[in-house]
Design a binder for this molecule. Sequence first.
Ligand code: B12
Ligand code: SF4
Ligand code: SF4
Length: 431
Amino acid sequence: MSDTALPPINSHPFSPAELRELTAKIKQWGIELGFAQIGICDTDLTSEEPKLQQWLDKGYHGDMAYMQAHGMMRARPHELHPGTIRVISARMNYLPPQAGFATNLKDPNLAYISRYAGGRDYHKLIRNRLKKLGQMIQAELDIMNAGKTNFRPFVDSAPILERPLAEKAGLGWTGKHSLLLNEEVGSWFFLGELLIDLPLPVDIPVAEACNTCVACIKSCPTNAIVEPYIVDGRRCISYLTIELQGAIPEEFRPLIGNRIYGCDDCQLVCPVNSKAPITLESDFHTRDPLKQPELLTLFGWTEAEFLKITEGSPIRRIGHKRWLRNIAVALGNAPASEKIVQGLQQRKASEEADEMVIEHIDWALTQQHARLAAAQSPEAQSLETKGQETAALSPVARVLSQSDRVQKTSSLSRKTQRVIRSIEKGLPRDA
Ligand code: B12
Ligand code: SF4
Ligand code: SF4
């Protein structure tokens, strides 16, 4: 057998009718376990291999060494878990209630945290549910006296191309932002898989339906969607704030705005997300301290506080230093404020700031000082209105109040302003 050849279908003692019945039960059990949809596909991803190779050759994975480490095994589930002939692909919705997308993106003094990350880490939860699904299948085989099945659950971190598998399994189509989306529910869902050795009947993929829309490509703050369906990971805010270990390249810092952990913009402008359901998992609801949090409050957390508040959350994985790094960038993008300058200086003097964090703090201070100076320039002064409210303030407070007015809207990039308008219009419930 060549290294890309597929293994032969195992001869299990099932009739086609029994397999169809078992498949219907698997899909039903999946729903009972909290998945929104289950689909089934074979393991043949040979058409994806050259695309994956090109993506890696172009270096789009950046620092994510794990993307290269396993070679083409990502596209060969039967090599990853020998004996596999089918992939049971599952999706679980994560959109929390009262998402407050626009409210949050609008206020540059608040931190924006990607809505998949405000609750409990999905990896363990989904893996456990998939394991349970495997156990339920085994229990059914025991009743049928049909021997042992060999299964293994995977979620995200494993070297497997989850999105193309889910697409093959009929869970949706690949959008131009490269994520999977579904006509009925949009794209706010996680993917997970159960690799298995049963010859279950496979599902039919759904047709691509982005049509002429390019909203996600046009709205990406860092132009990371370099071609339809292709994301240069190195430019994506999700990579810059979560995956990247070292310094965030300066060219991207102003574009990140107040997004301190991940980014949702390409999904926020997607018209298909107007129908997205709220998650049924209370574990994915946003925790209180992470709902519309003030940047300065988060920046003030000690490492012990950070670890305690983010326990069990995906955010914990980046550690306190990268947390501070990301918030420093957002504070550098925030409206001019003496309070922010003080917060940055205090953190710089603290024991918890290492070299990388200090470099980001210095960058943020430079941005803040430049903005404060600009607010005092004659041009900015002439913008001052003569209201009594302002006249009653001290000279320093007047400058700050004026700079606040100048900056609060202008510090939002035009793209972000467009995204906000699109959310308010297209996703009123989640705005
Ligand atoms: C690495 C990774 C990232 C990287 C790289 C993203 C990327 N697009 O590759 C970074 C850190 C940037 C990232 C960001 C995010 N991620 Co991510 N990520 C992954 C991971 C671990 C691997 C993805 C991968 O294999 N990339 C490699 C490239 C080659 O794959 P690809 O984009 O699918 O590439 C294909 C296309 O380029 C396509 N292609 C090439 N040419 C052409 C031409 C045409 C015409 C077509 C149709 C296709 C096509 O073929 C390639 C090979 O299949 C998966 C989990 C997993 N194990 O699969 C999660 C995963 C894709 N991420 C997920 C999520 C939720 C996100 C974020 C939304 C998180 C956030 N809010 O911050 C963002 C979204 C950014 C975006 N627009 O993609 C979910 C997506 C769920 C869904 N509904 O699809 C996944 C599946 C995790 C999970 N288990 O739920 N992610
Ligand atoms: S997650 Fe944000 S930065 Fe990444 S591709 Fe989507 S819009 Fe661009
Ligand atoms: S925004 Fe438009 S192009 Fe992008 S995924 Fe959604 S429908 Fe497709």
